[in-house]
Ligand binder design. Structure first.
Ligand code: NOJ
Length: 764
């Protein structure tokens, strides 16, 4: 059987090579027609036809000619890029978008190169393409895996209609540092929640059939440790121990592999002294060998070349050698592989087997995407027109935007607002801003395309609505790649805001960060309200205390004064295209808030890193005021401003009857009764945490191990059950081995990580 197959394969290769020399157009048709072969066989067939340079070409990714999402390359590369496309020395391009432009570069690769191998077209579809969903941190606050999956599904739908077939998302980096601007792009601080969200997003992007024209390949990034940059400064050094690496940083990546993610991106940072890009323990030993990842790894932008600055490689040639040997399969914008790898192979410094392996992985994903069947399958102008900005997509992003909002505080039931006969003053530059709500990472979305809060509220015409800006958030040019300039200190419009506040029954103030104050390279040391917005808030408070503060931000903020004084606070992040509609529906009670924080809000920057799953220490928190020598600050509380998992509703939920039952060896069933004791129908995220009291490697004081989204009508009660198995009860030891240790545990269930109900159980 095998002999017949290899005979047929040889015939096919001969026929293909002859055909290639005869007619360029027949090249692909031949590949397409060889349906008798599996994808692996087709890839092997192709590999055997390729020169060393062509195989290395597959490992080379160039940026397009217009957008940049990293340091722009020096002049003179344009001509070289076209030349390399023609020679078959380019496997992928990023930042080429739109059917016409994608078709143009694809045409060169397919019709002008010797073998006609199609390009894979990558793009940062982080929270949508042109119609934007909330930033990922906001979406994570929904804890609604179905809504998150749907949001990635429509992002894939829109991006694929614009010619794109590969997104550099999801970012699955865990972070505990709100100073790091990229927290906006992840799912927050928790590995369990982060893993569930990673899976939902990958399934959303890739669907269950990657060869369809509305699904795209996903990319789990940045492998690994990028979210632990020292002091929250982007690209900074990362030095973490094995326990944190195995139990906090790795799980969402491992889950991504299990969810079938097709690609990984490595990271800019060094990890314990070795840059991730040149780290073979990470990429070969753990990712490819231990986890059996069979997709490919792309470097981050220029991260191969950056190993020189890291002090790990002496020049570009050595950087290429180290990263290729370490398992970085594709070079994004370092120009290192295309210029150095062939010589390195000839000199015996990089084995050709590594090159074959990398090219094989890349070609396989291209096959799975169906690009060999039809390289232009994503290039349909009519479909592009029809799909982008469609009402179906807008409905989905509105739905997830509402679900992403977190009610942080609501005293005296100031919210929801009445829909009639109230005088409402709306204040804040962000309230009328139609660009900032789009958030960071929105390269394809146009300025001024978000619904503003002002527009959203104007739809509720039963009230008298007045608006004043009060002050700007920021001065200067805002927009990638320009740096956001310093915040304004202009208070000349304060009086107008104070005047309308004086006349109002309720004041709604939309304050916070501009959309470009978080994101890549946007680390901050001060994370209060930027500019003079805090002063504006206090000035308005002097004349009217009925304030609803609507926060717009890409990271947790230190809003301690607001928490002390302002009766109602809504965390509305940057919610994307439908932002203003979502916020208005929450304010007026047409949607009852159900979001919960995916990241702890600190009281002050000095508390960072602050996270709910900390270790007890040998000198834990105490209520005894006479004890001096314990782990604490003398000028700040140990507690956060708002804990992980916190989020209120217009109704009230109560938890009772927590019970634990052993169901077989290391199988535990936990049940609790949840009741809606308030006046509104609402959704609650019931959260389950465990604590392993004694272990060979100390465990955190609480770890999220389950959650359920439950909807209840007023006075309705539901019993909820959770199952705990070895998967939830074990942990990774310092050798990276997953173990389950017998002993005593606690289980906690409630509406935040600050839960009150607890029970004990033990594992034999
Ligand atoms: C650099 C970022 O770190 C990465 O996440 C992104 O995908 C690439 N640039 C491409 O834009």
């Amino acid at each position: 059987m095998n002999t017949i197959k290899s005979f047929l394969t040889t015939i096919l290769i001969v026929v293909t090579v002859v055909a290639c020399t005869k007619s360029q157009n027949k090249k692909l048709a031949l590949n397409t027609n060889s349906t008798a072969l599996t994808i692996d066989e087709k890839v092997d067939q192709l590999i055997s036809m390729m020169t060393l340079e062509e195989k290395i070409g597959q490992m080379n990714q160039y940026n397009g000619f217009w957008d940049v999402t990293g340091p722009a390359p020096s002049e003179g590369h344009e001509a070289k890029k076209y030349d390399h496309l023609r020679k078959g020395y380019v496997g992928s391009m990023l930042n080429v978008r739109g059917v016409n432009d994608v078709r143009a570069v694809q045409k060169i690769a397919v019709e002008e190169s010797r073998l006609g191998i199609p390009l894979i077209i990558g793009f940062d579809v982080i929270h949508g393409y042109k119609t934007l969903s909330p930033i990922p941190l906001a979406e994570a606050a929904s804890w609604d895996l179905e809504a998150i999956k749907k949001s990635s599904e429509v992002a894939a739908l829109e991006a694929s209609a614009a010619g794109i077939n590969w997104t550099f998302a999801p970012m699955v980096d865990i972070s505990r540092d709100a100073r790091w601007g990229r927290v906006m792009e992840g799912a927050g601080e928790d590995a369990f929640l982060g893993s569930k969200i990673a899976e939902a997003r990958i399934l959303g992007f890739q669907g269950n059939d990657l060869s369809k024209n509305n699904t795209i390949a996903a990319c789990a990034k940045h492998f690994a440790g990028y979210g632990f940059a020292e002091a929250g400064k982007d690209y900074n050094t990362v030095d973490v121990g094995t326990s944190t690496l195995n139990n906090i940083i790795f799980p969402p990546f491992k889950t991504s592999v299990e969810a079938g993610v097709k690609t990984f991106m490595n990271s800019f940072n060094e990890l314990n002294g070795v840059p991730a890009t040149g780290n073979s323990t990470l990429q070969r030993k753990i990712l490819k060998d231990k986890w059996n990842f069979d997709g490919f790894v792309v470097s981050d932008w220029g991260s191969i070349m950056e190993m020189i600055a890291h002090g790990h490689a002496k020049d570009l040639k050595q950087a290429a050698e180290i990263s290729a040997n370490a398992g970085s399969d594709m070079d994004m914008e370092s120009y290192a592989y295309v210029s150095e790898l062939a010589d390195l192979v000839r000199e015996g410094k990089v084995s050709e087997e590594f090159i074959n392996d990398a090219a094989r992985r890349i070609l396989k994903v291209k096959h799975e995407l169906g690009l060999f069947d039809d390289p232009y399958k994503y290039c349909n102008l009519e479909r592009e027109k029809e799909v982008i900005g469609s009402s179906e997509i807008n409905e989905v992003v509105l739905d997830v935007a509402k679900k992403s909002i977190v009610l942080l505080k609501n005293e005296n039931e100031l919210l929801p607002l009445k829909q009639k006969n109230q005088k409402i003053a709306l204040i804040g530059a962000l309230a009328s801003d139609k660009t900032s709500p789009l958030g960071s990472w929105r390269i394809a979305a146009d300025d001024n395309t978000a619904i503003s809060v002002l527009e959203g509220m104007q739809k509720y015409s039963g009230n008298k609505l007045t608006y004043a800006k009060g002050t700007d958030v920021a001065l200067g040019k805002i927009g990638f790649p320009f740096e956001l300039e310093i915040n304004t200190n202009d208070k000349t419009e304060f009086n107008e805001a104070i005047d309308i506040a004086q006349e109002a029954d309720v004041v709604v103030m939309v304050l916070g960060e501009h959309g470009f104050q978080s994101g890549e390279a946007r680390s901050r040391t001060k994370i209060g309200l930027p500019g003079v917005q805090q002063e504006l808030l206090e000035a308005v408070y002097e004349v009217n205390k009925n304030i609803v503060l609507v926060l717009n931000n890409g990271r947790p903020l230190t809003i301690t004064w607001a928490d002390r004084h302002i009766p109602s606070i809504i965390e509305a992040w940057q919610l994307g295209t439908q932002s203003g509609n979502a916020i208005a529906q929450i304010l007026y009670g047409d949607y009852n808030p159900s979001g919960k924080l995916p990241m702890t809000f600190p009281r002050s920057v000095g508390q960072i890193p602050i996270y709910y799953n900390y270790k007890n220490t040998g000198r834990p928190t105490t209520d005894n005021p006479n004890i001096v020598f314990w782990s604490h600050y003398i000028d700040e509380s140990n507690t956060p401003l708002y804990p992980f998992g916190h989020g209120l509703s217009y109704t009230n939920f109560s938890y009772s009857q927590l019970k634990v039952k052993a169901k077989g060896k290391n199988q535990i069933e936990v049940s609790v009764v949840l009741a809606n004791t308030g006046n509104y129908k609402g959704k609650e995220v019931a959260q389950l945490y465990i604590r392993d009291l004694f272990a060979s490697v100390t465990r955190p004081i609480k770890e999220l191990k389950g959650f359920k989204l439950v909807e209840l009508a007023p006075n309705e009660t539901k019993a909820i059950t959770f199952k705990l198995t070895e998967k939830e009860l074990g942990f990774y030891n310092n050798e990276g081995v997953f173990i389950v240790e017998p002993g005593n545990f606690k289980v906690f269930v409630g509406g935040s990580s600050d839960t009150v109900l607890e029970e004990d159980f033990s594992l034999k």
